[in-house]
Write a protein that binds this ligand. Structure first.
Ligand code: ADP
Length: 186
């Protein structure tokens, strides 16, 4: 399975991606997780990314390309993978298609859109701010990230629909129900 999960921040990509990864025995590749790890480790990548992440902005495309390409080079990606948080704009989606060709990997099979309305998203992110204390879950950063999602990432729904790869799943309900909807859509 070679898929990308699309959806607003807080739509459940991370949670569902983890379940899929465990069930199918393939890695979940999360650029957000990789960037947070780089910040925690204090690497040069982390130092560049941190202020942008805190402001709810995207980090430069070139920084995430390095993360993804390096990860694709690991053997465990040969059977497939679940992309979470990448691609996030049109340029990244095109680069992903090119990158897979370049490294001789099959094309992406599906883009799974977890659909959750804005009101629910805001509530979930507030909740996550309290529980996890992620420093980009502050109210003003949340608004910024939703804005960036709507302007930069949402257009990818059309990109993948045009390739005949888009499936949309209702992201509201119990975790297990949503998971079953995804599995049925794959
Ligand atoms: P969420 O989906 O909840 O917004 P992520 O964990 O996917 O959170 O990403 C957190 C932050 O990391 C983003 O707001 C952005 O600054 C940065 N980031 C993650 N993935 C990308 C990407 N593909 N391109 C640019 N920036 C990214």
């Amino acid at each position: 399975m070679r898929i990308v999960l699309l959806g607003a921040p807080g739509s459940g990509k991370g949670t569902q991606g983890k379940k899929l990864s465990e069930a199918y025995g393939i890695p979940k590749i999360s650029t957000g997780d990789a960037l947070r790890a780089a910040v925690a480790a204090g690497t040069e990548l982390g130092r560049k990314a941190h202020p942008l992440m805190e402001a709810g902005k995207l980090v430069p495309d070139a920084l995430v390309y390095g993360i993804v390409q390096e990860r694709f080079g690991h053997d465990d990606c040969k059977k497939g993978y679940i992309l979470d948080g990448f691609p996030r704009n049109h340029a990244q989606a095109e680069e992903l298609d090119r990158m897979l060709g370049r490294i001789g990997q099959p094309a992406l099979e599906k883009a799974v859109h977890l659909h959750v309305d804005d009101e629910e998203i805001v509530q979930r992110l507030h909740q996550r701010a309290i529980q996890e204390g992620r420093d980009d879950d502050k109210p003003e950063t949340i608004r910024k990230r939703i804005g960036v999602y709507n302007s930069e990432t949402r257009p990818l729904l059309d990109y993948y629909a045009a390739q005949g790869k888009l499936v949309t799943v209702d992201g509201i309900g119990k975790l297990e129900e949503i998971y079953q909807r995804i599995v049925a859509a794959l």
